[in-house]
Design a protein around this ligand. Structure first.
Ligand code: SAM
Length: 388
């Protein structure tokens, strides 16, 4: 039976959580219905918000039978602000859900079952040391984007921000910065740096540059470029990457940012090449890496096309959420590369790409995941792949 759109209020039984954190229920007509904020085992009353031929989406109206995993959200802005959509679940249950949703992506899209893999975790709160703040014109406060809209939600405190970022948003001198949007980074050692579009180079020099201290190294970065946003788990993350990154002749680090991974791996290789599209990363990569490294500003896909073959290299890729392009995967699969690490913040694109890599003979040797973003449905993970 097709549920007519006007029949907006339904009672549903939630079967499981899916990638992204929505609860999944089945309608009488066989379609699935995604319900934000609902948990497995719960009976809920919902209101249909989107009615498609194959599926629908619904808003949670009332929890009629509650899951034991449900907790009271820690933040008064839960459900209003666009972040932290998983605050209604205990942290242990969040970890379980993250693992399950990775496994489900690999089964459904990657056509493979991952061997049991760890989900590493550290702090559940006050972990976030990089953020994007907007200026709320009426209150003059910093703000986050609102849930499901372009509106802004002014914030006076936020339970996932690091202490440095928390102090930053409360400091009245920062509220005077004339910028609609600010990128802010707390190095957890006393310096919070910030960047906004149109900032003069003199101001950037003073306010945007920063240094991060990890595993005895000093990493140069600035608030305008990409940098990992959870320092509390980063040393563990580096340890696990080091564990799999073989030594050898060449290390090729694609989507390299400020040369972050290479700076911890370069000692094991004779030559290092980092490829990053954002030209602002280059000066940092040069500071962060030793003389055997060559850092280039280029599109990873184009660089690989120009620079194949790479079969004797150890390859590390860390693309944005969309994953690798078909052309880049083709360069890898054609190359007969033997070992690679694929770091990803999106299990869906990772599972998709791993299928093509596996079809070319690169097999998933190990997978590890990291709760980088507690209270959200996101995580960081990597696959270590080897050719037989
Ligand atoms: C997830 S970040 C990883 C950065 C780095 N590996 C790290 O851990 O700090 C992805 C990086 O890829 C860069 N990027 C995005 N598209 C790219 C492309 N087509 N070619 C090269 N770099 C790209 C972004 O600017 C960003 O710095």
């Amino acid at each position: 039976m097709f549920v007519p759109f006007r029949e907006v209020s339904l009672k549903l039984q939630i079967e499981k959580l899916v990638q992204g954190g929505d609860g999944l229920a089945r309608l009488q007509d066989g379609r699935v219905c995604f319900v934000k904020g609902a948990l497995p085992g719960e009976t809920v009353r919902v209101s249909i918000t989107e009615n498609r031929k194959d599926f629908c989406r619904a808003e949670l109206v009332e929890v009629l039978e509650k899951s034991l995993q449900r907790i009271t959200p820690n933040c008064p802005l839960y459900g209003v602000c666009g972040g932290c959509s998983m605050q209604h679940i205990s942290f242990e249950a969040q970890l379980e859900h993250l693992k399950n949703s990775v496994q489900e992506s690999f089964t459904r899209i990657g056509k493979t079952t991952l061997k049991d893999f760890p989900i590493h975790h550290t702090e559940a709160w006050h972990y976030r040391n990089r953020a994007r703040f907007f200026k709320h014109s009426e209150s003059g406060n910093f703000a986050f984007k609102a849930k499901a809209s372009n509106g802004l939600v002014p914030i006076e405190s936020c339970p996932i921000l690091s202490t440095g970022l928390q102090e930053f948003i409360q400091d009245n001198t920062h509220k005077k910065i004339k910028a609609k949007e600010l990128r802010v980074f707390d190095n957890a050692c006393g310096k919070v740096s910030y960047y906004y579009k149109g900032m003069s180079s003199k101001e950037q020099e003073k306010h945007s540059n920063n240094l991060v201290y990890l595993h005895g190294k000093t990493i140069s970065m600035d608030a305008s470029v990409f940098f990992q946003s959870n320092l509390s788990i980063l040393e563990l993350f580096i340890d696990r990457i080091r564990h799999f990154a073989a030594s050898g002749d060449y290390l090729i680090d694609l989507y390299s940012g400020v040369g972050f991974f290479s700076s911890f791996l370069e000692d094991s290789f004779s030559k290092v090449i980092t490829v990053e599209r954002d030209p602002r990363c280059l000066r940092h990569a040069k500071y962060n890496l030793g003389p055997k490294a060559i850092s280039v500003t280029d599109n990873a896909e184009e660089w690989l096309l120009k620079n194949a073959p790479i079969e004797n290299s150890f390859l590390i890729v860390d693309p944005p959420r969309g994953g690798l392009s078909p052309a880049l995967i083709q360069s890898i699969t054609k190359s007969k590369l033997k070992k690679m690490l694929y770091v990803s913040c999106n299990p869906v694109s990772l599972a998709r790409d791993s299928l093509l890599l596996q079809q070319s003979g690169l097999h998933i040797h190990s997978a590890e995941s990291f709760a980088f973003y507690p209270q959200t449905a996101h995580l960081e993970m990597f696959l270590y792949l080897e050719r037989d």
